[in-house]
Design a protein around this ligand. Sequence first.
Ligand code: F6P
Ligand code: MN
Length: 322
Amino acid sequence: MESLTIENFLKAKNEKGEVSREVCAALEALCSAATKIAKLAAGNGIGTDNLGSLTGAENTDGDEQKALDVLADQLICSTLAPTGVSAYLSEERDEAVIFEEGRDSQIVVASDPLDGSSNIDTNLTIGTIFSLYPAKAGNWLREGRAQQAAGFFAYGPQTVLLLTTGQGVDGFCLNEEGHFVQMDWQPQIPATTKEFAINAANSRFWPAKVQRYIDTLLAGVDGPRGTNFNMRWNGSLVADAFRIFRRGGIFLYPEDSRKNYENGRLRLVYEANPIAFLVEQAEGRASDGKIDILDITPTSYHMRVPLIFGSADEVDSYHSEQ
Ligand code: F6P
Ligand code: MN
């Protein structure tokens, strides 16, 4: 059977009235930019390319910018410019890029152009995360529930795309001919899990609730959960998320007592919202420990939120820990 390309997949969705032409055009542009980013990542270290090198600059959040962070951001921005999108918000930029305020569609694309940049030089999975929602000039921010489409590309052994336009999640893989084709897989996160992901190096900074919850998992068969848990931490949100879509799990980047980590590390607009939309569409749950991520009102482009997501019953277990 011939695989369905992303273009034909989107065309069918547009004909069914599930997604607008403007959103389709923006998604196709993101696929085209991601194809180029995947090539750049695959060529890192060959010849004089050193895409993991520091540019000497920092982004708004104080993260050091790597060469590939900047290249990915520029590629996405220039590819979106002619599509009819109104504005582009990027983790790598202080301000919104406004293409044309008067455009009818008023679609905003928010993106973390290169997620997991500490892994560029380590040949581990990195990615691009994106969120599309309608917004008006003057306020380019909306709560996550307003998203019309969201997803991420993961550049690993395979270049993959997980996409939602609000009717479940679909998976695509970049084939040898350079087309994203639909995978024979309908991502659904199992409700239960025995695997968790957290950066345990921060444990001395965690709030007591987080410490107690992780202690119950570490206690294994001898503890209150009566079962052994396994741990995985990639240092790339996209890689941990992809694993959770494949086989379940819980991911936690909670708030902690380090300076600037009062609200965790991850950004609501570029990371938590798109991941949460995908997770809910795959029957999982995503919260900041108190409320669903998608119900949070963003107050600034770069605001951070604690992020806990994955298998619904396990996120509930975290919530019931006091
Ligand atoms: O984009 C931020 C990010 O790199 C995520 O991809 C990843 O999950 C997290 O930070 C890793 O943070 P840390 O280095 O603190 O473990
Ligand atoms: Mn990131």
